[in-house]
Design a protein around this ligand. Structure first.
Ligand code: ZN
Length: 253
């Protein structure tokens, strides 16, 4: 099957002297894994090796079964330049965390156009000099996990359904994908303590998602990034390489 689509490079592996295996997130075909022959030659059509964060128009072919095996990259033309991200370490770290999260959590060949758009918008925003980096990343993690169905209703207890309005003895369970009230947390071994800052950050991000113009203050963005990075690590059974940068991102405005 030959296809063309918009794509963002999530990961690359050297395959030979001149070739790479490149993982892309495409808009309409989901994540794809492609052999890119000759891309490391300086005079290749793609203008040299394909890098993380490259975004553009991709032409590729895959086997009959979408999602399996290694496809072939036929053409890649970079159309969006995310180079401003590379000027500051905290922006680059946030962007690389977003790529790593998408690359690890999305199965091959499972299209989520809204997740592609979310990643595109996040990278573009992180490249702007006035971007509150920690808040942009917190919003990305929140939306991403909601979109892939890993975050439930964070307004009530995932176990008994009681409305949550205070942080007393409040916990988050990755396995339950939600909050546990003081009466229910005792029965769950896997859990993360949710303090007042984290609860406030959840309420703010829910308002933002509902369309209210609110901003996530730096301590709240940090608290939310930590909670969501914990959730991601529990779901994957490993901590993402970029997670330690995300959990110390202080800058939010
Ligand atoms: Zn409960």
């Amino acid at each position: 099957m030959r296809a063309s689509d918009r794509a963002i490079c999530l990961r690359t592996i050297d395959y030979s002297e001149t070739s790479q295996v490149v993982f892309f997130l495409t808009r309409c075909h989901g994540a794809v894994r492609l052999l890119a022959k000759g891309t490391k030659r300086p005079k290749s059509k793609s203008g040299g090796a394909i890098d993380l964060l490259s975004e553009g128009e991709l032409v590729f072919s895959t086997g009959k079964e979408a999602g399996d095996a290694l496809g072939t990259l036929m053409e890649f033309c970079e159309t969006v330049v995310h180079s401003p991200l590379r000027r500051e370490a905290c922006r680059l770290h946030a962007a690389l965390y977003a790529l790593e999260l998408a690359g690890e959590m999305l199965p091959l060949g499972d299209p989520h156009p809204e997740v592609f758009d979310l990643l595109h918008n996040t990278l573009a925003r992180l490249g702007q000099s006035d971007a509150p980096v920690a808040a942009v990343l917190a919003y990305f993690q929140w939306r991403f996990l909601r979109r892939v169905g890993l975050l439930g209703d964070m307004r009530s207890c995932a176990s008994c359904g009681r409305q949550i309005d205070r942080a007393d003895e409040l916990h988050f369970s990755s396995r339950q994908g939600g909050l546990l009230c003081g009466d229910c947390e005792g029965a769950q071994v896997e859990k993360y303590r949710v303090d007042a800052d984290t609860l406030a950050s959840l309420r703010t991000i829910q308002e933002a998602e509902a369309g209210t113009k609110v901003s996530l203050a730096a301590p709240q963005a940090l608290a939310l990034n930590r909670l969501l990075a914990y959730h991601v690590a529990e779901q994957l059974g490993k901590v993402l390489k970029m997670a330690r940068h995300v959990c110390s991102l202080q800058r939010s405005g």
